[in-house]
Design a protein around this ligand. Sequence first.
Ligand code: TYD
Length: 231
Amino acid sequence: MNRMSGTSGTEEQTLQRIETLSRSSGGRFIVFEGIDGAGKSTLMADVEAELSPSHDVVTTAEPSDSWIGDCVRQANRSDVSPFTEAMLFVADRTEHTRRIREWVDRGKVVLCDRYYGSTMAYQSVVLDRMMGADSMDWLWSLNEPVVTIPDLTVLLDLPAKTSLERVNRTRETVSKFERLGYLEEVRNAYLHLAKRDRSYVLVDATRPQRSVRREALTLVQACVCSVRGGI
Ligand code: TYD
């Protein structure tokens, strides 16, 4: 079927060849994922600074800067069904992916802050409860037809407690606990996804920023320098 739920060998090899051919221009698609406060933004800025002198780099993010991205942000602030929210994230991603494909086809290295992993991790935690089942399969069936599998996804992993201490959010105790619990579930969903998705590489983000940066840069350089699409 697909790379998430067990493609047959030949089918997957064909898909990989197509992806490789479409990226023969040298373009790459690299995604950064992690719970809030994991340090994605700082890391992306570091990677951009490192690659820019030698590569044509584009940085982008989800929710995107388009009108659909604005709808997503509006939905975040409103009382909408978690199903609506999930589908809005995917609608935004559908259009964003068309832009990403164009950049990659033009030989650019695209660095993206959040992609389908965010929907799979954040929305699955809420939807599991509503659907009474593993919602990841449903979320993947929405995403699969519209996404491009990244050449590399860097998952910055750290406990929710550490991430919240880092962002230094001031909230009253109960909601802080609720948020802490939610983010810990999101972290576990990311770890589950990382085992199923071969674009994912786990980076231990509890270490000093310098070490995280060094490891991520090594991964990114290997991806950018590789002949094939993917490392
Ligand atoms: P973002 O602007 O990246 O926040 P931050 O800079 O704090 O990482 O994302 C906003 C929130 O949207 C973030 O808490 C994660 C959430 N989100 C989802 O729940 N699903 C998604 O598909 C995406 C892209 C983001």
